[in-house]
Design a protein around this ligand. Structure first.
Ligand code: TRP
Length: 333
């Protein structure tokens, strides 16, 4: 029968970093080889507003930053439909319908939402907004609006997909078989740690290397990365297991990592030399990506065209889903 659909996306709240690159971007590029798949990637600007409602300019600016990151790593608009969430009104409409099928208590129990609310005390104070608490409902609309059956995401998103599955089951139970239940496709790579050893990489933590960073920025960041704190002089025997430079050599220096770690353990290679080599390898990997980014940076009208054309394709699909949903719900006046 027909092709399967995959649907995934990102909140445009900042440029994408090497954690995204190894975590999800590479696997999205790889998925483009699968001819039995129709791929959708959403720039989730409406979801970004749920925790940035007071900063719409930031969201708007980052829509184009994320788009440039996508294109520069090789997400190909001819193979993947890249579109903008806010231009698909059906998503908002579906969200309203689905909101009857979810209890407030269930949303409050969602582990991802719970963690995020705890992290966003400064924004939300003692009481979280209705919109943020409800973003899993909107994410269920994102997925089902396009008949997404496969959702390639990181582990942190699993509770959101589970919530979507529950909504789909409930919808189909009440209104008749209409929607497809999605499944998670976990990317094989684990979450990439920050330069400081933090489990999470992010802008607010200042421990990320961005795909768009300059040579100088990369150099400065790697020079400041956490190394074995017990190793003071070059001759000291190092422990690569507790060194972030070794950790990143694993990602960027496939051919050399073994030698680098041997020399570190034997006290034969100093941290500075080790960092310099890593810097060189990161720059080597990111140079073609940055060049592609530059191409698009110089062609804003081309960027806009890609986004609008992808969104038009997505609109057609969302309208079809909406028609079926309204028929099932007896709203087909
Ligand atoms: N919640 C996702 C994130 O923060 C972004 C997202 C929005 C998404 N809608 C989606 C992911 C639909 C997968 C499917 O990264």
């Amino acid at each position: 029968m027909g092709k399967k659909r995959s649907l995934t996306g990102d909140r445009p709240t900042g440029k994408l970093h090497i954690g995204h690159y190894f975590g999800s971007l590479q696997s999205r590029v790889k998925m483009q080889e699968d001819e039995n798949l129709e791929r959708f990637v959403m720039i989730a600007d409406v979801q970004a507003l749920t925790d940035n409602f007071n900063n719409p300019q930031k969201v708007r600016d980052n829509v184009y930053e994320v788009l440039k990151d996508y294109l520069s790593v090789g997400i190909d608009p001819n193979k993947t439909t890249i579109f903008l969430q806010s231009m698909i009104p059906e998503i908002a409409e579906l969200t309203v319908f689905y909101s009857n099928l979810v209890t407030v208590a269930r949303l409050q129990r969602n582990p991802t939402v719970k963690t995020e609310i705890a992290q966003k005390k400064e924004l939300f104070g003692e009481s979280v907004t209705y919109g943020f608490l409800g973003y899993p409902v909107s994410q269920a609309a994102d997925i089902t609006a396009f008949g997404g059956e496969l959702v390639p995401v990181g582990e942190d998103q699993e509770p959101l997909i589970e919530q979507c599955r529950e909504i789909v089951r409930k919808f189909n139970n009440i209104y008749g078989e209409t929607l497809k239940e999605p499944e998670v496709v976990l990317s094989s790579n684990k979450r990439i740690k920050g330069l400081d050893g933090n489990e999470k990489m992010g802008k607010s933590l200042g421990n990320a290397i961005y795909l768009s960073d300059s040579d100088e920025e990369i150099t400065k960041k790697v020079m400041g990365a956490l190394t074995d704190p017990g190793r003071i002089k070059k001759d000291d025997l190092g422990n690569p297991n507790i060194c972030m430079v070794a950790y990143y050599h694993n990602l960027f220096s496939k051919d050399e990592v073994k030698k680098v770690c041997e020399e570190c353990k034997a006290g034969k290679r100093g941290c500075v030399a080790c960092k310099k080599q890593l810097i060189e390898n990161i720059i080597k990997e990111l140079t073609p990506i940055r060049e592609k980014r530059k191409y698009y940076e110089e062609r804003p009208e081309e960027l806009r065209k890609i986004l609008i054309e992808g969104t038009k394709k997505a609109q057609v699909e969302a309208r079809k889903t909406m028609e079926r949903v309204k028929r099932s719900m007896k709203l087909d006046y």
